[in-house]
Structures are given as structure tokens and as C-alpha cells.
Design a protein around this ligand. Structure first.
Ligand SMILES: Nc1ncnc2c1ncn2[C@@H]1O[C@H](COP(=O)(O)OP(=O)(O)OP(=O)(O)O)[C@@H](O)[C@H]1O
Length: 799
């Protein structure tokens, strides 16, 4: 007899249903015209015993929904049989449900992070679409979340089974009972499962509780509330959910009538990173809140989901903790916030963190106020931000990858138990593979971290070496200039003494000026010499420390990259081989369970396989603990020792760095002092010149047409530079003694002008070292020029 059935536009094969629910069977079908595959939900005869309005509600609800994360309704058609009812034709979701995903041994301890975030985001989007149409689902659970696979291989989750759904506003309530007991809100559980009749009304928030249980299940592979004995222990189930305190996200009873273990944190075996756990835990606690006055409105739930799913995820690794991290940051967060988030996971305070990316300091790659979303850095799980403590502090806590516990395997053969036990073993083996992979990755990352830290030390040393050698060079220049400036001041004094000789009536005044200028000059000279000597001493010390740091760095560079579990050990591959063997045993145990009775030979083979299962468990456990985790421990001890040395080297580098900064500052102070010395002395000399000019002007009748204005009214002389080219080091007093050549303007308009130039030059001050050096040169030329003037000219007389 044909198993094909149909409606006007569709046919379906009833031989092999896709799934079965309480009220229906779902089959794969095809559209007659296009051949497109669809899912056809055919209702069981019992379902027609429900009131008509309840039956049609599913159609009505589905007609109103249209969203990527809700299974799409294609048609509602009459089955073409004598008493065929209406069937629902939907898009086909051929990859099972979230329940099937979670039932796979691979996900025994929950989904991986990427998949979990997809579930969170997409299920919430589906629920939001329902809420936007004032619809509550009332039977949210992994079995009612179907999975499709997109073209890029990623999962798409879709809400299905609107058999219990109805229209309900946020402030409305309902009385009827729907849902699957483990996922039911405690109040509904009390009424539907415990049958306590209290006439309770329920609001839309019951969906939030079911979502909380579903997300917990997806995150951990287990239900959050588990009484001993499971479903049959209904009173305890109700007790757990109704007596749990706010913030508690799970309650488990491990022994009959035993204590209930409440937890506010996700279990260690959960595969999610610490980063997302910090986001998800309070979120689950809010959803699993029985007290209506404390439950979230839907808007807050959607907001929180968006908050988690739109975060930027940054990979980081802390070698001192052997911890691989995912940092969940907001779009607008900046470097400081990133440091705070790292501190939350590592306990290394923000201001003690050294963050390296590809060997470079993160702070040198991004700006302090730059939002993280604009970091265009190639950060990934294989190239994470490496987090060190600058002070060399070593955190106390250590992360060890958590794995599940193998069940106690009994010797006796028990067909019903052996299959689920073997399935649990497969789950544990999956978690061991993941732990082994983490251990191998950690080794690689520690090697990378050591390499990066070494190059960071080297980089700093080379910068310091360069800074010190630049400072040494500058010291030479400053010394050169210092001597020149001091010599110049001597020249000025010499010049004044010449003026003194020529000034006759003003001789006493000049003597006073000379004394004042000499005293000031001496003070400046002492000051500059003291600082210069200090600088020389510090620079010598910094150079010696730098040498010490260089040799320390060389010894820090020794690191054995073969420490720890490496890919060359092929540990993960070895455990995978064990898993393949175990899966074969699982398949056999499944068949045997279905047979319910085995003959003698089959029984013997079953027993052999059960022993093999036990051996595989021992082998895998030993591979992890005696090999991988032991090596991991050794790696940490060696790293700790290495980091101690590296941190010492870093500390010395910091000392040298501080010295270099101090030397640079002192250097700047010395330059300022030298400038001040020169400007100060020049000003005194200038004042002296102005006074002396006044005296000269008062004692000799001026020739008005040839006198510069500044000389007549006694104002500060106008600065006119003469470009000298003589070398300042040609010898102190060389200009003053008249031994040099005049190198100023070749044809001065008058000797009076030349004398003015000479005096003007003396009173000129400059801003920068180069300018001052040039001034020294210029003034030396002026002084030399002075020697070629006649006595009259020196007294200001014109030819
Ligand atoms: N569109 C679909 N594509 C693929 N499989 C589907 C589809 N719809 C339903 N199924 C399968 O059929 C099963 C039963 O469907 P559904 O949950 O809608 O039926 P039900 O009778 O309302 O069930 P319940 O007992 O949850 O009320 C689902 O668990 C799923 O495995």
C-alpha cells in the first residue's frame, strides 16, 4: 500500500516521519508543481478532541508571523482523503532541533561560544517578532527551536510549534496550561504538574522563564533545576524553583532526599569563556526569576540580548594564568575600559598591565580615546593581545581546563544503562579533546608570549641605547657651546675693559659694571658646571646599567619551545582515535538496547566491548592528566621562573628609562641655564653699554646727522647682526686681543656704524642652542673686528 498522501498542492510520504509531537506527526513533503521540499504537519485524531478555536489558533498565529527566526508557514490545506483534516505546510528545517544539537555527545557540556551566541541572538529575535505581534509562545524549549544551515555553513535557529501560542498583551493574563514541564514557569508547573488548584493567572513573563531554562541548557548541556530521580521527583522540582534565592541559576539534588546544591555561577565544565560568562550569568539569573515583581519586561530582555550579541569580542591571552580570554567590549569602549575588562579576568590591575599585540605595545598602536571598534588590528585567537604584569607580579590563581567526569561503569551488563553510559563517556571524551586542544594551544601561546616579551625587552634596550648615545652626543655639543658661551662672556668683559681704558671720565663706573658682571658671570658658571658634572655622572651610570640590562636580556632569551604539550605530541589526534572507537561501541550498544534481548554470543561481544569502553576511559584520562596537564604544570613552573628573570630585566630597563628621562630633563635645564647665563650677562652688558653711551654722548658734542637714534635718546640699541664666520674655539680672547680678521660687512657706511654693530651684537640674546652657538660665533667675529678699529672709533667718533 502506498504511503504517499497529499493535499491540493502538496504530497508527503508517511513512511518516515520527521518528528512526532503530542498532537501531530510531521513529514517531509514536496510541492507538486516545483518539487520543492517542505514539512507537512498532520494532526493526530486525538488533536481533534480539542476545542475548534484551540485547533485553529495555531493556524491564525502562524499566518501573522513572518520572520527569519520563525518557521515560515507556506500553506494550510485540506488533506485529500475521506475524512482528512487541515494540514500545515511549512518550510523544511532539515537539521533537527536545538534539542538534537544538545543531545549530541559533542555538546554534552553545552554549546561552544559561537553557537551559543547564535542561539541567544536568533531565538530572541524570533521571540521579539512574536512579541511585536502580541503573541506568547508558551512552549519554548530546545525541541521547539529548529535548525537550518545557511549557505555559509552557519546555523539558523527558528522558533516552531505554535500549538500552544496565543495572542496576549503584556498586561493580560491567561489560565490554560501548556508547555513542557522542565521548562515551565514554577507557577504553571504547580498548576499543570502538581495539580494544585489555586486559580492562578499567568502573564507573558512565563515565556521568559522558559527562555532562561532553554539558554541555561544551551550553555551547559544540562537543565538548571534537577531533582534526584528527574521528572518523577516533582515536589522537589517545585521546591528547588520556588525556594531558590534571587541570583541563583541552578539547583541540583545529587542524592535521594539529599541537599540541594544551589549555584549562582555556570559550572566549570561549561565551554563558554569567562568573558561571556560574566555577561550571561546575571542575564540568566534575571530570566530565572519567579517573583513577578522582579522579572524583566520583554523590552529589557531584548535590550540585554542586543547588549551581549553586539559586543566586540577581543582575543587575549595571559601567560601567567595560562588563560585564553575573550574580552566582550562595547563599541564605544576605549583602551582604559579594555584594560579594566582584562583586569576583571586576570586580577592584574589596569595600571600594571603590559598589553602586546604582534610584539608591539597596544598603547603605541592605538590612541587612548580611540573607540575599540576603530582598532584596525589583526587580533585573533591565534594572534591575541598578550597580557603581562609590568611589575612582574604573578597571580595566585591558575586555570586548568575542566573536563567532565566519566561515569562509574558497572561490570554487569545492563542494556538499558549501557547505551546512555557510553554516550556520557563519549561526551567526556569530547571534553577531553577540547582540554587537550586548549593545552596545546596554550603551549603555542606561551612560546609566542615569551618571544614577544623578549623582543619587547630588546626594543626598549635599543631605544634606550639610542637615547643615551644621542644624549652623549648632545652633552658634547652643550659642552662645546658651554665653553663657547663662557668664553664669549669673558670676551664681553674684555671688551668692557677695553671700553674702560677708553672711557677716561667714566672709568669708575665701568669698574663697577665689570664687578657686577663678573659676579653674575661667576654664579652662572658655577651653576652650569655643577649641573654639567651631575649630568656626566648620571649618564655614565645609565650607560653602565644599560650594559647590565643588555646582558640580562641575553640570558632571558633562553627559552625551550619544546616545553608543554605541543602539536608534535599529537595528543588531540590520539584522543580522537579513542573517540572513534568509543562511537563504534556506542552504535553497538544502541542496537543492542533496541534488541532488548541478546543471544549468548552477542552478550559476550557486548561484554568485551564494555571492557574496551572502560579501558578507553582509563587511557583518555591518563593521557590528559599524566601527560598533557602534567606538562602544562611544568610549563607554568618554567614560565614563572623565566618571567621572574624577564621581570628583573624589565625592572632594570625601567630604572635606565627613568635615568634617561631625568638626564633629558637635566639637559634641558642646563640649556636653559646657559641661555639665561648668556641673556643675563648680555643684558647687564647692554645696560652698561647704554649707560656708557649716555656718558660718552654727554661728554662730547654729537654730530647729529651721523648719530643713530638709539644713542641719542638712550634707548636699547636696535639689533643689527653681523654675519661672522670665525670658529668660536679659535681661542678665548682672540678677538679681544685683535689677532683675528674682520669678517663683517666689507664696506661699512661709517666707523660709527661698525662700532654700533659691535655693541649691538654684545647685547643680543637668542632662543635656541643653534642660535646661541651662532651668536657665539658672531660675537667672536665682532670682538675680532673690534681689534681693527682705531681708538677714536672705539670711543664713538666718526671719521
Ligand atoms: N518545519 C519543520 N521542519 C522539520 N521538522 C519539523 C518541522 N516542524 C516540526 N518538525 C519536527 O516534528 C516534531 C513535532 O513538531 P511540533 O513540535 O510542531 O509538533 P506538536 O505535536 O505540536 O509537538 P508538541 O508535543 O511539542 O506540542 C518537531 O519536534 C520536529 O522534530
Amino acid at each position: 500500500m502506498s504511503t504517499l498522501r497529499g493535499s491540493k498542492n502538496y504530497v508527503w510520504d508517511t513512511a518516515k516521519p520527521l518528528g512526532q509531537g503530542a498532537t501531530s506527526l510531521v513529514y517531509i513533503g514536496r510541492e507538486k508543481r516545483t518539487g520543492e521540499e517542505v514539512a507537512v504537519k498532520v494532526f493526530t485524531p486525538q488533536s481533534y478532541q480539542r476545542p475548534r478555536q484551540v485547533q485553529t489558533r495555531e493556524f491564525e498565529v502562524m499566518r501573522r508571523l513572518n520572520h527569519e527566526n520563525v518557521v515560515r508557514l507556506l500553506a494550510i490545506e485540506e488533506e485529500q482523503t475521506m475524512n482528512g483534516g487541515e494540514v500545515i505546510v511549512m518550510e523544511l528545517c532539515p537539521n533537527g532541533s536545538l534539542y538534537n544539537v544538545l543531545d549530541s555527545p559533542e555538546n554534552s557540556y553545552g554549546l561552544c561560544e559561537e553557537e551559543f551566541v547564535l542561539v541567544l541572538e536568533q531565538v530572541s529575535a524570533g521571540v521579539k517578532h512574536c512579541r511585536d505581534h502580541d503573541i506568547i509562545h508558551r512552549d519554548i524549549k530546545p525541541g521547539n527551536i529548529l535548525r537550518c544551515v545557511a549557505e555559509d555553513g552557519r546555523s539558523i535557529y527558528k522558533l516552531t510549534d505554535f500549538g500552544a501560542a496565543r495572542e496576549l498583551q503584556e498586561n493580560e493574563e491567561f489560565m490554560s496550561l501548556y508547555g513542557t514541564e522542565e521548562y515551565l514557569h514554577p507557577d504553571m508547573y504547580e498548576k499543570a504538574v502538581l495539580r494544585h488548584v489555586r486559580g492562578q493567572q499567568f502573564g507573558v513573563h512565563v515565556d521568559l522563564w522558559s527562555l532562561g531554562v532553554t539558554f541555561y541548557h544551551a550553555a551547559t548541556g544540562n537543565l538548571p533545576f534537577r531533582p534526584y530521580g528527574g521528572r518523577r521527583n516533582k515536589e522537589t522540582m517545585h521546591l528547588i524553583t520556588t525556594t531558590k534565592e534571587a541570583g541563583v541559576i541552578s539547583g541540583v539534588q545529587l542524592t535521594e532526599n539529599g541537599r540541594i546544591e544551589y549555584r549562582s555561577e555556570l559550572p566549570n565544565t561549561c565551554r563558554l569563556s569567562l568573558g561571556i560568562k560574566r555577561q550571561v550569568t546575571p542575564f540568566l539569573a534575571a530570566l530565572l526569576e519567579k517573583d513577578q515583581s522582579r522579572t524583566w519586561p520583554f523590552d529589557q530582555f531584548f535590550e540585554q540580548v542586543a547588549n551581549i550579541t553586539t559586543k566586540i569580542i577581543i582575543d587575549a591571552f595571559c601567560p601567567s594564568l595560562l588563560l585564553t580570554m575573550k574580552i566582550y567590549a562595547d563599541n564605544t569602549d576605549t583602551l582604559q575600559r579594555l584594560r579594566e575588562l582584562v583586569a576583571e579576568q586576570t586580577d592584574i590591575p589596569s595600571n600594571d598591565q603590559l598589553l602586546l599585540v604582534g610584539g608591539q605595545k597596544l598603547s603605541s598602536l592605538v590612541q587612548a580615546q580611540q573607540p575599540i571598534r576603530d582598532y584596525h588590528l589583526d587580533i585573533s585567537s591565534t594572534n591575541p593581545i598578550i597580557v603581562f604584569s609590568m611589575s612582574g607580579a604573578f597571580p595566585q590563581k591558575v586555570y586548568t581546563p575542566s573536563v567532565g567526569q566519566f561515569p562509574q561503569l558497572t561490570q554487569a551488563m545492563a542494556l538499558d544503562h549501557d547505551y546512555p553510559q557510553c554516550k556520557r563517556c563519549c561526551g567526556v571524551l569530547h571534553s577531553i579533546i577540547e582540554a587537550v586542544r586548549i593545552t596545546t594551544d596554550t603551549t603555542m601561546l606561551v612560546n609566542m608570549a615569551v618571544h614577544m616579551y623578549c623582543s619587547h625587552l630588546k626594543q626598549q634596550l635599543s631605544v634606550l641605547r639610542e637615547s643615551l648615545s644621542r644624549l652623549d652626543h648632545q652633552m658634547g655639543v652643550v659642552n662645546h657651546w658651554k665653553q663657547g658661551a663662557m668664553t664669549q662672556l669673558e670676551h664681553h668683559l674684555g671688551l668692557l675693559q677695553l671700553t674702560h681704558m677708553a672711557s677716561g671720565p667714566s672709568s669708575d663706573k665701568v669698574t663697577k659694571w665689570v664687578k657686577v658682571i663678573q659676579a653674575a658671570h661667576q654664579t652662572h658658571k658655577n651653576d652650569c658646571e655643577t649641573l654639567f658634572n651631575k649630568l656626566q655622572g648620571n649618564s655614565g651610570q645609565a650607560n653602565a646599567q644599560l650594559q647590565e640590562a643588555v646582558s640580562m636580556q641575553a640570558s632571558v632569551g633562553d627559552w625551550d619551545t619544546a616545553l608543554g604539550c605541543t602539536p608534535a605530541d599529537r595528543c588531540a589526534e590520539k584522543v580522537k582515535v579513542m573517540l572513534d572507537r568509543m562511537k563504534k561501541i556506542l552504535a553497538m550498544f544502541k542496537e543492542n538496547r533496541a534488541k532488548r534481548h541478546l543471544n549468548y554470543n552477542e552478550e559476550q561481544i557486548h561484554k568485551f566491548e564494555k571492557n574496551k569502553l572502560s579501558e578507553l576511559c582509563t587511557q583518555a584520562r591518563s593521557m590528559l592528566t599524566d601527560n598533557c596537564l602534567r606538562k602544562r604544570k611544568n610549563l607554568l613552573v618554567t614560565y614563572k621562573h623565566w618571567f621572574g628573570k624577564a621581570a628583573q630585566c624589565q625592572a632594570l630597563i625601567s630604572v635606565v628609562g627613568a635615568s634617561v628621562r631625568q638626564i633629558t630633563e637635566d639637559h634641558a635645564t642646563l640649556v636653559t641655564k646657559l641661555k639665561n647665563a648668556e641673556v643675563g650677562s648680555s643684558k647687564l652688558i647692554n645696560d652698561c653699554v647704554v649707560h656708557l653711551r649716555k656718558d660718552v654722548a654727554a661728554s662730547q658734542p654729537p654730530v647729529a646727522s651721523q648719530m643713530p637714534a638709539g644713542m641719542v635718546n638712550g634707548n636699547a640699541p636696535h639689533v643689527r647682526l653681523v654675519n661672522g664666520s670665525a670658529d668660536v674655539m679659535r681661542g678665548p680672547g682672540s678677538g679681544g686681543s685683535g689677532s683675528g680678521q674682520f669678517s663683517g660687512p666689507s664696506n661699512p657706511t661709517s666707523r660709527q656704524d661698525r662700532l654700533d654693530s659691535l655693541l649691538d651684537g654684545i647685547s643680543t640674546s637668542r632662543q635656541s642652542l643653534e642660535e646661541l652657538e651662532q651668536l657665539v660665533n658672531e660675537n667672536t667675529a665682532l670682538i675680532r673686528n673690534f681689534g681693527s678699529l682705531t681708538e677714536e672709533e672705539k670711543n664713538g667718533e666718526t671719521a
